[in-house]
Design a protein around this ligand. Structure first.
Ligand SMILES: [Mg+2]
Length: 367
C-alpha cells in the first residue's frame, strides 16, 4: 500500500459569543482546525486532526509513495521534521485510521484493547466567578460527570482558590476536582515570569485541603525538583507533560520521577505510537498516564483510542465548559462526541478511529 496524497483542509469556526480561555490573552472569537486526509493507492482514506499543520506542505513529499502501514518508519519521519518544523502528529492519527480500517479493528484494539470506554472528567477552560463555577460543577455532576478540572490563572490565585472552594462546597466530597495552573509551556508571546515556588507551595497546600485530586503543571518544565517538593510537602499529586516536545524529554521527566501523572497529548506532544511507551514506562514505575486532549473532536478521538487501549487513567480529559465550550463547538466538523449518563466516553465500535466527518461543515468553514 502507498500514500498517494495528503490533503489539508484549514477551517475556522466563528465563536459568537466568544470563548474566554484562561490561557488566552484575549477572548477567542474564532477557533481554527485543520483536517488531514491521507489517501492511498488502495482506496482507503484516513483522517486526523489536532495541531494546525502549519508549514507541512514543505515536507509532504517525504511521505508520498511510502507505506502507511509501516508506522514506525512514519513516526520516525515525523520526528525528524518535529525538530526542524511543526509537530505533525495529526498525520500519524490519519495513518492509524488507515491501519485500523485495513485490520478491520478499532485503533484502541491495536493499542492493547484494554477498555471499550473510559470515565471522563469535564475539563473547564474559562475563568469563572466562584458562584458561576459552583453552578457549572453542579450541572456537570447532574450530567453524569464524576470529576471536573478547573483552571486557575497565575494572576488571580485567590479568585481561583475561591472558585475551587465554591465548586467543592457545591458538589460535596464524592466528586473529584483537579486544578490546572498551565505553567509548563507558554502561549506565543507570553514572557511573564512563572509563579515563585513558595507561592505554588502555598497554593498546593490550600488545594490539598480542598481534596483536589491533582495539581497540573504548577511550575516550568525545568523545575523538576520544585514539582517533587510540592508533592512531598503537601501530599497533593502533580501532573504534567501535555505539550512536551520529544521522547527524550518525556522519558527524562519519568526517569527523574517529576510527576505522579504524565499527560502527553498524542496529537500534539509525542504522537500515538510513542505514547504507549510513555504509558507503559510510567505504569511500571507505579505512576499514571492520562493524556491531554484539548484540541478538537478528532484529536480527542486519537487520544481516546490510545488511552482506552493502554488502560489510561485516572479519567480521560473531556474538554467541556458550556456555554463557551461545548462538544458542538469543539467537534464542529464532525459528529460530536458525548459522554454517557454515567460519565463514560465510549470508543467507537468501527474500524479505524471511527470518526464521522461532516463534509458539509468542512465546506462551510474552510478557508
Ligand atoms: Mg493542562
Amino acid at each position: 500500500m502507498k500514500i498517494t496524497a495528503i490533503r489539508l483542509t484549514r477551517m475556522v469556526l466563528p465563536l459568537d459569543p466568544p470563548f474566554n480561555a484562561a490561557w488566552d490573552p484575549e477572548p477567542r472569537t474564532s477557533f481554527p482546525a485543520t483536517l488531514v486526509e491521507v489517501e492511498t493507492d488502495e482506496g482507503v482514506t484516513g483522517v486526523g486532526s489536532g495541531d494546525t499543520m502549519d508549514g507541512f506542505e514543505a515536507y509532504e513529499h517525504l511521505f508520498i509513495g511510502t507505506n502507511p502501514l509501516a508506522i514506525l518508519n512514519q513516526v520516525r519521519r515525523i520526528e525528524t521534521i518535529n525538530f526542524h518544523g511543526g509537530r505533525y502528529w495529526p498525520l500519524e492519527a490519519a495513518l492509524w485510521d488507515i491501519i485500523g480500517q485495513v485490520a478491520g479493528l478499532p485503533v484502541a484494539t491495536l493499542f492493547g484493547g484494554a477498555r471499550d470506554k473510559l470515565i471522563a472528567y469535564a475539563s473547564c477552560g474559562e475563568l469563572k466567578t466562584p458562584p458561576a463555577r459552583a453552578e457549572s460543577a453542579i450541572k456537570a455532576k447532574e450530567r453524569g460527570f464524576k470529576a471536573m478540572k478547573i483552571r486557575i490563572s497565575r494572576d488571580h490565585l485567590e479568585e481561583g482558590v475561591a472558585a475551587v472552594r465554591a465548586a467543592r462546597e457545591a458538589v460535596g466530597g464524592d466528586f473529584d476536582l483537579m486544578v490546572d495552573l498551565n505553567q509548563m509551556w507558554r502561549m506565543s508571546g507570553d514572557i511573564e515570569p512563572a509563579l515563585e515556588l513558595a507561592k505554588v507551595h502555598r497554593l498546593a497546600a490550600q488545594l490539598a485541603e480542598l481534596n483536589v485530586r491533582w495539581l497540573e503543571e504548577p511550575l516550568p518544565q525545568s523545575d523538576v525538583r520544585g514539582a517533587q517538593r510540592v508533592r512531598e510537602q503537601t501530599g497533593i499529586q502533580v501532573s504534567g507533560g501535555e505539550m512536551v516536545r520529544s521522547m527524550p524529554e518525556m522519558m527524562a521527566l519519568i526517569e527523574a520521577d517529576a510527576y505522579d501523572i504524565y499527560q502527553p497529548d498524542v496529537a500534539l506532544s509525542v504522537g500515538m505510537y510513542r505514547a504507549r511507551q510513555v504509558a507503559e514506562t510510567a505504569n511500571l514505575k507505579h505512576r499514571a498516564f492520562t493524556p491531554h486532549t484539548w484540541s478538537n473532536g478528532l484529536g480527542l478521538l486519537a487520544n481516546l483510542h490510545v488511552a482506552a487501549g493502554v488502560d489510561a487513567g485516572p479519567y480521560l480529559e473531556f474538554p467541556y465548559d458550556p456555554p463557551g465550550w461545548t462538544p458542538e463547538r469543539r467537534d464542529f466538523f464532525m459528529e460530536p462526541l458525548h459522554t454517557d449518563a454515567d460519565g463514560y466516553l465510549r470508543v467507537p465500535d468501527r474500524p479505524g478511529l471511527g470518526a464521522t466527518i461532516d463534509y458539509g461543515a468542512v465546506e462551510k468553514y474552510k478557508i
